[in-house]
Design a protein around this ligand. Structure first.
Ligand SMILES: NC(=O)c1ccc[n+]([C@@H]2O[C@H](COP(=O)([O-])OP(=O)(O)OC[C@H]3O[C@@H](n4cnc5c(N)ncnc54)[C@H](OP(=O)(O)O)[C@@H]3O)[C@@H](O)[C@H]2O)c1
Length: 248
């Protein structure tokens, strides 16, 4: 992770307001860092307050960086609405929503509990609905904006033990494409990014930075920033991002 530094040059993200769900670590923290460096104000969210506090201080909240943190679960409609409202109250509106929060619980269908299923679908799919539902009226009020959903290549490459996760991300892709068609004429651009393996602690699979063939969280953040900087007349609505040399 690079150190956050605010840029003084004018950028399309200058003074924009962004919410990054699950911005307390991993890919979301890298996206929050990149947005701040491009001049945006950023609200990060997560359920663990201690992790949010560490992320806020990493992002420079104590030294004047325009960053706020809101705890809560995207799986709960009231929490999602509170996260979006916090951006509006603190920074005056909303321009960018990055739906990044996600959980990976990998289990066979026979062994998976209803609670595990609900957690995966509730976070990765219903949570995105809750955040978009709360955010779209604010984006419309600004005359447009961006919604970027972090999906996964698991959405199109299902695997054993991934029934809940792969289904949640496949449904997220369909949700994203429907929403894109709903709001594109209102100048709201919806894209989804499907990364392959990223080096984070996601799903309890090892520690961040452990395997260097994997994508880094910053690689995903760079794609998100490319999407946000893309010329207004075109919309890259779906991006696949792979490690260039995966383990054989
Ligand atoms: N790592 C990969 O290989 C990979 C590959 C493709 C796609 N992705 C996707 O990328 C996204 C980020 O993954 P990551 O690897 O950065 O995972 P991570 O390091 O585990 O971070 C997940 C983030 O989401 C938050 N979160 C989880 N459940 C939440 C909820 N219900 N409400 C609010 N925040 C919640 C976590 O904070 P709390 O736990 O404190 O809530 C944390 O900030 C996920 O959507 C994942 O599916 C990851």
């Amino acid at each position: 992770m690079s150190t956050v530094s605010q840029t003084s040059t004018s950028s399309p993200l200058d003074r924009k307001v962004a919410v990054v769900t699950g911005g307390s670590r991993g890919i979301g923290l890298s996206i929050a860092e990149a947005l701040l460096a491009a001049g945006a104000s950023v609200v990060i969210t997560g359920r663990d307050q201690a992790q949010l506090d560490r992320a806020r201080s990493h992002l420079g909240a104590g030294t004047g960086a325009p960053v706020a943190a809101v705890d809560g679960s995207v799986a709960t409609a009231a929490d999602a609405s509170r996260m979006i409202q916090a951006a509006v109250d603190r920074f005056g509106g909303l321009d960018v929503l990055v739906n990044n929060a996600g959980v990976g619980i990998f289990n066979s269908v026979a062994a998976m509990s209803t609670e595990q299923w609900d957690s995966v679908i509730g976070t990765n799919l219903t949570g995105v609905f809750h955040c978009c539902h709360a955010a779209v009226p604010h984006l419309l009020r600004r005359g447009g904006g961006w919604i970027i959903n972090i999906s996964s290549l698991a959405s199109k490459n299902p695997f054993s033990g991934g029934a809940a996760y792969c289904a949640s991300k496949a449904a997220l892709n369909a949700f994203s494409e429907s929403l894109m068609q709903e709001v594109r004429h209102d100048n709201i651009r919806v894209s989804y990014v499907m990364p392959g393996s990223v080096s984070t602690g996601f799903g309890g699979r090892g520690q961040a930075g452990e395997e260097d063939w994997k994508l880094a969280p910053d690689d995903v953040a760079e794609v998100v920033m490319d999407l946000l900087r893309h010329p207004a007349r075109s919309l890259p609505s779906r991006v696949e991002l792979r490690p260039s040399r995966p383990n054989k």
